[in-house]
Design a binder for this molecule. Sequence first.
Ligand SMILES: [Zn+2]
Length: 90
Amino acid sequence: MTTIILESKEVTSTVVVKAKYVCDRCGAEIPSHLYNVHDFTLTFERGTSYPDGGNGDGWHVNDMCQNCVMWLRNLLIANGVKVETFEWDY
Ligand SMILES: [Zn+2]
C-alpha cells in the first residue's frame, strides 16, 4: 500500500494596484481614461544576454505628465538629442 502525504502551505502575496498615476517629476496626477493614450517610459539597460541567461542593470522613469514630457523633450532637443516623432491611425 502506498501512502501519499499532501502538504499544503499558506502563501501570502502583496499585489500593488495603482489607483492613480502621478508624475515622477512634479507629482501631478496623470489623467487616466479608458480611451486616452498617455504612455511614457524612459529606460536604459546594459548587461549581457545569452540564450541560457544573462544579467545587467539599468534605470527607468515610468510616469510623467504631459507638461513634464514636453519639458524633457525640449531639454533633449536643446542638448542635441535627436527626438523622432511618429503618428498612428487605425
Ligand atoms: Zn509632471
